[in-house]
Design a protein around this ligand. Structure first.
Ligand code: AMP
Length: 118
């Protein structure tokens, strides 16, 4: 059996995390190494490795990622000031954990979308 991702272990409660929301499709928890005053990850409970592995049957969970992002943003007080949603994919995308996840960043002006090339 392939090994579980660290996020699957968080979803099952096998390792600790600061979970802010969980339902039958997705789980949201605080990033362990925050890059902004608010940095939360929302992950499908099903272990989809990356955007490249999405199938049509995953669409309900992926839609839920967005509705939970909006709910978390409201509850954390950043809906009005604004925030950024980000999904890294693969090597050039900088994906470190092979379990699809959406980052929510907020709590300060986030600057340009990408670092400019030198
Ligand atoms: P990515 O580079 O898009 O794959 O992002 C992976 C994110 O997962 C990083 O921001 C890490 O800080 C975060 N992360 C890794 N391990 C944990 C953990 N145990 N609990 C919470 N966040 C984690």
């Amino acid at each position: 059996m392939p090994s579980e991702s660290i996020f699957s272990k968080i979803i099952k409660g096998e390792i600790p995390a600061d979970i802010v929301y969980q339902d039958e499709l997705v789980t949201a928890f605080k990033d362990i190494n925050p890059q902004a005053p608010l940095h939360i990850l929302i992950v499908p409970n099903k272990e989809i490795p990356s955007v490249n592995d999405i199938t049509p049957e995953d669409e309900p969970a992926l839609g839920r990622l967005f509705s939970v992002a909006a709910k978390v943003a409201r509850e954390q007080g950043i809906a009005e000031s604004g925030y950024r949603l980000l999904i890294n994919t693969g090597r050039d995308g900088g994906q470190e954990v092979p379990h699809l996840h959406m980052h929510i960043f907020g709590g300060r002006p986030l600057g340009p979308m990408l670092l400019r090339r030198q």
